[in-house]
Design a protein around this ligand. Structure first.
Ligand code: NAD
Length: 480
C-alpha cells in the first residue's frame, strides 16, 4: 500500500494531526493507498502558501507567455505519464481503463487549451467621448479554491485548475476523499515544471473537515465547487460569510429525447452509452429517456437489448462498465430500488447488484418506468446506471417532461427534423444541448455548466476564463 503526502508550498507534507485516510479499490475492496487527513490548520497553510505565491508574483509577474509555456509543459508531462495516471485512476475510482486513458488525455487537453489562451485574455476599449479613454482589464482573483468530486478526479482537477492558472491565479485543490491519488500525482508532475512555489497546492481530507475549512477560509478569493446539490448549498453558505465569488457545478437528471423520425439504432446506442459511462456516475449521465409514444416499445426493446450486451467487470480488465465507486454509492442505488418499489415503478430491466462479482459493487444497467414525472426516481439524481423512461406524444409534452426537474445540465435531442431540434433547443432548461449526439463530459472547448439546481458559472471553453478573472474598468480623462 502506497502512502502519499499533501503538496503545500512545493513541499510534501503530512497532516498536522498525523491522521491518514485509506482509499480502496472498488473492484475488490482492497486498500490501495493512504493519504493525509488535512485539518483546518493544514488548509490554512495551503491558503497562505497560495497567497504568498500570488503576492510574490502578483499573478502578473509570470508573464502570460510564460504561463502559457508552463501549462503546455504540464500537458506534456501528463501525456508522458499517461499509463501510470490511467492505471491509478482505474484502480482508485473503478472506471474502465479506456475511460481512464480518455480522462488523462482530456486533463492534458485542458492544460493545453488554456495554455494557448493564457496570453489572449483581452480587455476592451469603451467609447465614451473624445476626452476620455476608457478600457477594461481582466485581472486574476488571487487565490482560487477547487473542491473536486470523486467521479472524474483527473478531469475535474484539470478543468478548473488550468483556466485558473492561465488567468494568473494561485490555487488550492481539495480532491474527494474517495479518489485523491491522481490529483496528488498531478502535483508530482507539476513539481517537475517551472511553476513557482505555492502556485499549485493540494490538501487531501474529508469534505466536512478540509472542504469546509477551505470554502469558509477568509483569504481565498474564488471557489469552484463541483459536487452534489446539498454540499453545494453548504459551500455557498460558506462563501457568503466572506462574500466570495463562486462557480457551482452540481448534479443533473439529463434527458435524451427521442423522436420517431430519429436514427433509432444510433439513438439507442447512445442512450446506453451515456448511461453506463463511468457506471452512471457522471453529472451529465443521460438518466432520463423521453420517447415518442409511437416508437416507445420498439425503442425500449432496442435499449434493453444493448444493455444486456454490456460487458461488466473490474476497470483494469477494461470491460464496458466497472463497479460503482464505494459501498456508500451501492447502498444509495439499492435504497433507490426500494423507493422504486414503494412508488410502483415498473422495472423493465436490471434493478439490482450483480451477484458473484469480486467486490459486490457491480450494478446492472437498469431501465425503469416511473409512475409519474414527479416520483423520486424521475426527479432525483441516483448516480448509477439507471435510466427512467417516459413517453410523449407532442412536442409540447416532450418539452414539459424535459423541464420537469429542478436540474438543467444537458439535453440530447434525437430527430431528423431540424425544426423539432431548434424549437426544443431554444426552450429546454439546459446548460448544453446536443442534437443527434451526446457529449457526456466531452469537449474542452464547449462552455459547460448548469441552469436551475445544476449550478451556475461556466467551465470549459474560453467562457471559463471569465470565471477566473475579474474585470477592472479604467477611465482616463484626456486634457491638453
Ligand atoms: P459531494 O458533494 O459529496 O463531494 C464533492 C466534493 O465536496 C468532495 O471533494 C467532498 O470532499 C467535498 N465536500 C463534502 N462535504 C463538504 C463540505 N461540507 N464543505 C466543503 N466541501 C465538501 O459530491 P460527490 O459525491 O463527490 O460527487 C457527486 C456529485 O457531483 C453528483 O451530484 C454529480 O452530479 C456532481 N458532479 C457535477 C459535475 C458538474 O460539472 N456539474 C461534475 C462531476 C460531478
Amino acid at each position: 500500500m502506497k502512502s502519499f503526502k499533501m503538496f503545500i508550498g512545493n513541499k510534501w507534507v503530512e497532516s498536522s494531526s498525523g491522521k491518514m485516510i485509506e482509499t480502496k479499490n472498488p473492484a475488490n475492496m482492497e486498500v490501495l493507498a493512504k493519504f493525509p487527513r488535512a485539518t483546518a490548520t493544514d488548509v490554512d497553510k495551503a491558503v497562505q502558501a497560495a497567497r504568498e505565491a500570488f503576492e510574490a508574483t502578483e499573478g502578473r509577474e509570470i508573464i502570460p507567455a510564460e504561463r502559457s509555456r508552463i501549462l503546455f509543459k504540464i500537458a506534456s508531462v501528463i501525456r508522458e505519464n499517461k499509463d501510470e495516471l490511467a492505471e491509478l485512476e482505474t484502480l482508485d475510482m473503478g472506471k474502465p481503463l479506456t475511460q481512464a486513458y480518455a480522462d488523462v488525455e482530456v486533463a492534458a487537453r485542458y492544460f493545453e487549451y488554456f495554455g494557448g489562451a493564457a496570453d489572449k485574455i483581452l480587455g476592451e476599449t469603451i467609447p465614451i467621448n473624445s476626452e476620455m479613454l476608457d478600457y477594461t482589464v481582466r485581472e486574476p482573483f488571487g487565490v482560487t479554491a477547487h473542491i473536486v468530486p470523486w467521479n472524474y478526479p483527473l478531469q475535474m482537477t484539470a478543468r478548473s485548475v488550468a483556466p485558473a492558472l492561465a488567468a494568473g491565479n494561485t490555487v488550492v485543490v481539495k480532491p474527494a476523499e474517495d479518489t485523491s491519488i491522481t490529483t496528488l500525482k498531478i502535483a508530482e508532475l507539476i513539481k517537475q515544471t517551472d511553476l513557482p512555489t505555492g502556485v499549485f497546492n493540494v490538501v487531501t481530507g474529508y469534505g466536512y473537515e478540509a472542504g469546509d475549512a477551505l470554502s469558509s477560509h477568509p483569504d481565498i478569493d474564488h471557489i469552484t465547487f463541483t459536487g452534489s446539490v446539498p454540499t453545494g448549498t453548504s459551500v455557498m453558505k460558506n462563501a457568503a460569510k466572506h462574500i466570495k465569488s463562486l462557480t457551482l457545478e452540481l448534479g443533473g437528471k439529463s434527458p435524451n429525447i427521442v423522436f420517431a423520425d430519429a436514427n433509432l439504432e444510433e439513438a439507442a446506442d447512445w442512450v446506453v452509452r451515456t448511461l453506463i459511462q463511468n457506471t452512471g456516475q457522471t453529472c451529465t449521465a443521460g438518466s432520463r429517456l423521453l420517447v415518442e409514444k409511437s416508437i416507445k416499445d420498439e425503442f425500449l426493446e432496442k435499449v434493453t437489448g444493448i444493455m444486456s450486451r454490456v460487458t461488466i467487470g473490474p476497470g483494469i480488465e477494461d470491460k464496458q462498465m466497472g463497479p460503482v465507486v464505494s459501498e456508500k454509492q451501492m447502498d444509495t442505488l439499492v435504497n433507490y430500488m426500494k423507493v422504486a418499489d414503494e412508488e410502483g415503478t415498473e422495472i423493465i430491466r436490471g434493478g439490482k447488484s450483480i451477484e458473484g462479482m469480486t467486490s459486490g459493487l457491480f450494478f446492472e444497467p437498469t431501465l425503469v418506468i416511473p409512475k409519474s414525472k414527479d416520483s423520486r426516481l424521475a426527479q432525483e439524481e441516483l448516480f448509477g446506471p439507471v435510466v427512467a423512461a417516459f413517453e410523449f406524444e407532442t412536442l409540447e409534452e416532450a418539452l414539459e417532461l424535459a423541464n420537469s426537474t429542478d436540474y438543467g445540465l444537458v439535453t440530447g435531442i434525437w430527430t431528423s427534423n431540424i425544426n423539432t431540434a431548434l424549437w426544443l433547443s431554444q426552450r429546454v432548461r439546459s446548460g448544453q444541448v446536443f442534437v443527434n449526439n451526446y457529449g457526456a463530459g466531452g469537449g474542452v472547448e464547449m462552455p459547460f455548466g448548469g441552469q436551475g439546481k445544476s449550478g451556475f458559472g461556466r467551465e470549459k471553453g474560453l467562457e471559463s476564463l471569465k470565471h477566473y478573472t475579474q474585470v477592472k474598468n479604467v477611465a482616463i480623462k484626456i486634457s491638453r
